[in-house]
Design a protein around this ligand. Structure first.
Ligand code: 5GP
Ligand code: MG
Length: 463
């Protein structure tokens, strides 16, 4: 299993025992399902012990009514997990539950620990046994082996682990939310009915009727226990929020570090229209990832938008198919063209990103087969030239079409009449954030922290 996780977290700390606490987490995880479809899990604490249920697949497949009825408690954490290659094993499902000096701990992680390999080797040499192939277990093991108080153990752990991590950690009487000092991955706090809720994305709050309070700050450790909420701050580093959360990963109805994902995508579409104008008849989005940018493109260019591609809601994300052959079938299974709308038209086709180029090549062909006169591809992010080591699967470098092909070659490969990518400056402007506070490594190769050698992220798999 490669060292990459792009996951969703949801925690609830209730003021009293709540027999339906797992249901709240369950609905919250539904709202975060886009962040991971490989496995799901919920752990609850009733202040005496931790119980959990987890399994492979979608939230709806993993839990039934009875599972949830058995999971009452005063607090709970849940996780949805996503990794795109390698075996998909139950032991890697989260929350991970481990023993420590005062009972049990449940740990859920979103992100990617870049020095997991070294830390794991070190721990193994000291006799610690590992049960999974995820980097997340290193975090659990570091905290669990400590003789210190839980909070001190977490402080010790965050000093050692490098990389991207948003964490939810639950002991029998505390729930702790942690965001790494760069703030690579989002994490925010809300409230409902006197309870606290912590989620990867604010969109989950709307689903469960909670109110947004604030984001967990980079480097912050927030403890929820009987005394309420306490905040500790590790020395802060330069903030490097992942820009790809805005481009693709997060839901458009989420707000991350006070920036609206929808607004950013819309803005990106308008800037894209100004950077790469084109004479055309119809703007068509690649659903759903291109929808908002396409609206922005249409608004700025005054070219009307139409639903030229219809998405089958019941097919999972094509990206998840492990083989190239399955991926190519996947696009046809997922998207159908609206022939009458497309025929004879000059189309602007908008999507959020090109990774391998497979999807876009097939969609362009599909539109041409339906009689599109011209297809002009517009991408609302810059070319992806470098791998991500911080929790988004942009694959190994050789698979990224833009890593060794120029614009003209990519245009030829996907069969488009023209191709335009949003500039890095345009994308930064769309977020309204300062360039210094964003991780743009997949577009620039400038990694905010030291990264493992190329290929290093597959080392766990070979063990
Ligand atoms: P390609 O066929 O170029 O490899 O994939 C491009 C498509 O994948 C785009 O439609 C984009 O929305 C989507 N995509 C980009 N990044 C990710 C990711 O990290 N996970 C998943 N599931 N899809 C992605
Ligand atoms: Mg897409």
């Amino acid at each position: 299993m490669p060292l990459k996780e792009a996951c969703g977290l949801l925690g609830v700390f209730s003021s009293q025992y709540d027999e339906s606490i797992a249901k709240t987490v369950y609905y919250g995880l539904f709202a975060l399902q886009h962040r991971g479809q490989e496995s799901a899990g919920i752990a609850v604490s009733d202040q005496n012990s931790i119980r959990y249920h987890k399994g492979l697949g979608l939230v709806s497949e993993v839990f039934n009514e009875e599972d949830l009825d058995l999971l009452g408690g005063k607090m709970a954490i849940g996780h949805v997990r996503y990794s795109t290659t390698g075996s998909n094993s139950l032991s890697n499902a989260q929350p991970l539950v481990v023993k420590y000096h005062s009972g049990e701990l449940a740990v859920a992680h979103n992100g990617n620990i870049v020095n997991a390999y070294e830390l794991r080797n070190e721990l193994e040499q000291n006799g610690i046994m590992f049960h999974t192939t995820t980097d997340s277990e290193v975090v659990a093991a570091l905290i669990a082996k400590s003789r210190k108080s839980l909070i001190d153990a977490i402080f010790e752990c965050v000093e050692k682990v490098h990389g991207a991590y948003s964490l939810l950690i639950m002991s029998k009487d505390k729930l702790i939310a942690v965001r790494d000092s760069h703030g690579f991955r989002p994490l925010c706090i809300g409230s409902y009915n006197g309870s606290y809720v912590i989620a990867s994305e604010s969109a989950a709050f709307d689903t469960i009727g909670a109110t947004f309070i604030r984001d967990v700050e980079p480097g912050e450790i927030v403890v929820f226990d009987e005394d309420g909420l306490k905040s500790f701050k590790k020395k802060s580093s330069k903030k490097s929020l992942c820009v790809f959360e805005f481009v693709y990963f997060a839901r458009p109805d989420s707000t991350i570090d006070q920036v609206s994902v929808y607004q950013t995508r819309w803005e990106a579409g308008t800037i894209l229209a100004r950077e790469h104008p084109v004479d055309a008849d119809l703007v068509v989005a690649v659903p759903d990832s291109g929808n908002v940018a396409a609206i922005g493109f249409s608004d700025a260019s005054h070219i009307p938008m139409g639903m030229g591609l219809i998405k089958n809601r019941y097919i999972g994300r094509t990206f998840i198919q492990p083989s190239q052959r399955m991926r190519s079938l996947g696009v046809r299974l997922k998207l159908s063209p609206l022939r009458d709308l497309i025929k004879g038209k000059r189309i602007v086709l908008v999507d959020d990103s090109i990774v391998r180029g497979t999807t876009m090549g097939q969609i362009v062909r599909m539109l041409k087969d339906c009689g599109a006169r011209e297809v002009h591809v517009r991408i609302s992010s810059p070319p992806i030239t470098h791998s991500c080591y911080f929790g988004i699967d942009t694959s190994t470098r050789k698979e990224l079409i833009a890593s060794d092909n120029n614009l003209e070659m990519i245009k030829e490969f996907i069969g488009a009449d023209s191709l335009g990518y949003l500039s890095i400056e345009g994308l930064v402007k769309a977020t309204g954030l300062s360039k210094q506070n964003l991780c743009l490594a997949c577009f620039t190769g400038e990694y905010p922290i030291e990264i493992p050698r190329e290929g290093r992220k597959y080392l766990f798999e070979k063990r």
